[in-house]
Design a protein around this ligand. Structure first.
Ligand code: ASP
Length: 355
């Protein structure tokens, strides 16, 4: 009789614990991690060698390697691609954006984390910032050291990224990037070092906030249009128009601009010297491109500052667009989306000052 009573009590205790556990699990925020590859999923043969292969580890293995992640949120991982981000393509970006938009209205998802290589992180972040439709946090993350390295930075970056993705204060700030404890806005961040873990900076606008072990301090809201306020819709798009980037330098031949036009570019971004300048030969080639219907944007190879209209180049006369604060790689993303429909030069210029 006594042992029956004990068994029933033990069963009741277990039942209560199971109920409590499942109630806690239901209360935990839900995050979808969409993995694309990069060094965060990279592996080397030893912990101290410089050479490694990007995109070698699966999302499930990455999640399992972060202590405490499962206590913070209910996580579901999906592998969208597994490439070094030097191989990131518009095809993958479109697939990723469409998947986010599909899951955005799902009540079982509170936020998104995208794992990504750092080489082209700013391009995908800016692309998503323009085409994601929804307020739920979309947070990109990567690492500079592969998962097998001594002092790999990926696990804490991933932990912090999930911490931002479940933070209601992250909502409405557009796509964010969390790297090395800093929270950046997609519009403003750029990679500044080939190897340092503190590679991402937001040199003109500053960072959005700081992330520390799942706790965040937000102190800046991006002023640029993004996500729900963006006019760009990729729901029916499966190819983006070709836009090339031409890097300007002293004594630059005009041939690259000519080659872009000949090869069917619909837009050209010149990574100009200084305030978006280029030499006379290149200016002639660029004016010629405009006459052939190609949209030419003057950006800059300089790391900070903006490119203004009609400073040393007469944009009104030449028919050029000035990139304002967007670097060449982000100008290319914006121009590719802008060229999805017929727009006047004035309309395109406005896009560059509002996104
Ligand atoms: N090449 C790598 C990539 O972008 C570098 C990194 O992730 O840090 O995928």
């Amino acid at each position: 009789m006594k042992s029956n009573y004990r068994a029933i009590s033990a069963f009741a205790v277990i039942l209560v614990l199971v109920c409590l556990q499942s109630a806690a699990a239901q209360k935990k925020p839900k995050v979808v991690i969409l993995a694309t590859g990069g060094t965060i999923a990279g592996a080397a043969a030893t912990g101290t060698q410089a050479g490694y292969k990007s995109g070698a580890v699966t999302i499930d293995a990455m999640i399992a390697a972060v202590p405490g992640l499962a206590d913070m949120a209910n996580i579901k991982g999906e592998q969208v691609s597994n490439v070094g981000s030097q191989d990131m393509s518009f095809d993958i970006m479109l697939k990723l954006a469409k998947r986010i938009n599909e899951l955005m209205s799902n009540p079982d998802v509170d936020g998104f984390v995208i794992t990504h290589g750092t080489d082209t992180m700013e391009e995908t972040a800016f692309f998503l910032n323009l085409v994601v439709k929804g307020e739920k946090p979309v947070v990109m993350v990567g690492s500079m050291r592969p998962s097998t390295a001594v002092s790999a930075d990926g696990p804490l970056n991933l932990y912090n990224a999930v911490g931002v993705a479940i933070d209601p204060h992250a909502k409405g700030r557009g796509v964010l990037v969390v790297m090395n404890d800093w929270i950046h806005a997609a519009h403003s961040l750029t990679k500044t070092s080939t190897t340092a873990i503190q590679t991402f900076m937001s040199p003109v606008r500053g960072i959005v906030g700081v992330a520390a072990y799942g706790k965040n301090d937000f102190y800046n809201t991006p002023q640029w249009k993004h996500t729900t306020a963006s006019e760009f819709d990729i729901s029916r798009v499966d190819k983006l128009p070709r836009v090339d980037i031409v890097f300007a330098c002293a004594d630059m031949p005009r041939d690259l601009i000519d080659a872009s036009v000949t090869n069917g570019a619909k837009g050209i971004v010149v990574a100009g010297v200084g305030n978006g300048n280029m030499n006379k030969a290149s200016l002639e080639a660029a004016v010629n491109a405009v006459k052939k219907g190609v949209v030419v944007v003057r950006s800059t190879r300089v790391a900070t500052g903006n490119v203004g209209r009609n400073v040393e180049v007469n944009d009104d006369e030449a028919g050029f667009i000035a990139s304002d604060e967007l670097n060449p790689q982000k100008s290319r993303i914006l121009l590719s989306l802008a060229l999805l429909k017929q727009r006047s030069n004035t309309e395109i210029q406005n896009l560059f000052t509002t996104y």
